[in-house]
Ligand binder design. Structure first.
Ligand code: HEM
Length: 508
């Protein structure tokens, strides 16, 4: 076990753990001292880079001392550190014993995301225990398994036909969210939108993945398990960064085991039930798509559990978090809200619900979504990092195999050299840019990532966000019930620190 790492860990303790056992604290004080001594002999990027700065001409830049890089504002801290060290193209840091490079520029981001080196993901202990190493997001890209999963995802789960086929469900969920808003307004006089969007997002995902409508028999259990999964993956686990053998600080390993067991049990029951019902050929959910695959493509049950669980997990939070940010901006910028509502009035009218087919005729609505993805991307560090599978030279610097890379998309999207007046909320900029694609071809704004590991759910995610946004703007005028606080908190995704609370006035 290496000794130098605690300097990074100490500031990461969640406050709820301050009462950790005295043995841990004793160990901690000891290692602070050791790490301090080790830091004295450190190199740019910190101790993890000690053996990799061979060429003095092309040295990576980065802080020599480890400090608290991560946490709820990691994207901002990393951005300001990279800019103060003039290391926006590439900055080296150490996370415990892990070598990390961070790109805050579109050029090096492209090299990382679209090149051949950074095609795997670093697998943390909690990720593996929660089965994600068998799902698309973390399965290694070498060998056939991951390619097989990506092919199944693009042809069967996220094909344009399936996304279109799920419109009825998106409409039904929009109607029930609208009803819930009306009910909250009648009962309380204000709406905490996050709760409505969270429930809508979960119902939508459970039905598109399992065909479970209205929560069904397992809906409640799955909702609780998703929440617990977010908490566990968001928790700091020492074993992710150091070989701690049998030690299980704060019980993360035990809790992951328990949760994975329950997920497996529930999802296996759903799979078995669907097999018995035998109606999967005529249904439009992801589970039915997996069960209808040709014999040679079929996945075993354990892999199906992992893939379906990942879809539920991924499909819930990104969507409601993005919509809450958009609505915060709508409430703050009443002129922009009025302008987009006018667009909806003119192009769709008030007597029919907005449909998917109307969205191409609503360019201002689309520009609003892009502008919010620029200012408040749900994955400011592009969610999960990438891992180099071979040595590579980036910007003439040597990066050894096994290095983790992160792209700070938040920093790129706030760079004044790329985006004039970057802090201002101006959807008009995207009207002027014309057909600017945010799907990964232009690294000035790629909130869904890019390259072979880019988000396979992006079309489904955007279709859902566009439709729901248009529907709730068509139905209500949104006003603040409390001052809007744009404070951020990076957990698994970048959330609003304080929930948005508003008044919704029905438009007659
Ligand atoms: C607004 C919505 C969404 C955003 C902003 C988003 C963002 C992202 C990002 C940044 C990545 C990493 C890309 C990279 O490394 O280049 C990713 C990967 C992924 N996303 Fe999404 N996502 C969204 C919706 C969804 C949905 C709805 C699903 C599925 C139901 C989904 C499933 C996945 C999966 C499976 C991966 C891993 C891909 C791989 O490693 O091969 N995402 N997403």
């Amino acid at each position: 076990m290496e000794l130098f790492w605690f300097d990074f860990l100490i500031p990461c303790f969640p406050t709820s753990y301050q009462s950790a056992c005295s043995l841990s604290l004793l160990l901690l004080s000891y290692y602070i001292f050791i790490s301090f001594l080790l830091n004295l002999s450190s190199v740019p990027g910190g101790f993890a880079w000690k053996n990799y700065h061979q060429n003095p001409k092309n040295q990576l830049k980065g802080p020599k001392f480890s400090c608290n890089f991560m946490g709820p504002l990691a994207h901002r801290k990393l951005a300001s550190m990279a800019s103060s060290m003039r290391a926006t193209r590439l900055m080296a840091i150490s996370l415990g014993s892990m070598r990390v490079v961070i790109s805050s520029s579109p050029e090096t981001a492209k090299d990382i995301l679209c090149g051949s080196a950074f095609v795997d993901r670093p697998i943390r202990e909690s990720t593996r225990l929660l089965m994600f190493d068998r799902a698309i997001g973390f399965a290694p890209s070498s060998g056939n398994y991951w390619r097989h999963l990506r092919r199944i995802a693009s042809t069967h789960m996220f094909s344009p036909k399936r996304v279109a086929g799920l419109e009825g469900l998106r409409q039904a969920v929009a109607c029930s969210m609208i009803q819930r808003v009306e009910q909250e307004m009648a009962e309380r006089g204000f709406v905490e939108l996050r709760r409505v969007l969270q429930k809508g997002s979960l119902d939508n995902v459970l039905e598109s993945v399992f065909g479970i409508s209205g929560g069904g028999e397992f809906g409640g259990d799955l909702g609780v398990m998703v929440k617990q999964g977010y908490e566990l993956l968001g928790e700091f686990n020492w074993a992710d960064y150091f070989q701690l053998g049998f030690l299980d600080f704060f019980g993360v390993r035990r809790r992951c085991h328990e949760l994975a067991g329950r997920v497996s049990e529930v999802v296996t029951q759903i799979i078995e039930q669907r097999r018995k019902d035998g109606d999967f050929k005529i249904r439009n959910d992801f589970l039915s798509a997996l069960l209808s695959l040709p014999q040679e493509d079929l996945l075993c049950d354990a892999d199906m559990v992992a893939v379906l669980w990942e879809m539920v997990f991924r499909g819930v939070d990104n969507i409601y978090i993005l919509l809450e940010w958009i609505m915060a901006r709508m409430v703050l910028h009443q002129d922009i809200q009025a302008k987009v509502r006018r667009e909806i009035e003119i192009k769709v009218g008030h007597n029919k619900h907005v449909e998917d087919s109307d969205i191409p005729n609503l360019p201002y609505l689309q520009a609003i979504v892009k502008e919010v993805l620029r200012l408040h991307p749900p994955g400011p560090l592009l969610s999960w990092a990438r891992l180099a599978v071979h040595d590579i030279h980036l910007d003439k610097c040597f990066i050894p195999s096994g290095t983790t890379a992160m792209v700070n998309m938040w920093a790129i999207a706030h760079d004044p050299a790329i985006w004039p007046n970057p802090w201002a909320f101006q959807p008009e900029r995207f009207m002027e840019l014309g057909d600017f694609s945010i799907m990964g071809s232009d690294l000035r704004l790629a909130p869904f990532g890019s390259g072979r590991r880019a988000c396979p759910g992006k079309a489904l995610g955007l279709a859902t966000v566009h439709l729901w946004l248009a529907r709730i703007l068509q139905k209500f005028k949104w006003l603040p019930a409390r001052p809007v606080d744009l404070g951020e908190c990076l957990k698994l995704s970048l959330e609003m620190k304080k929930p948005l609370v508003c008044h919704a006035v029905v438009i007659s």
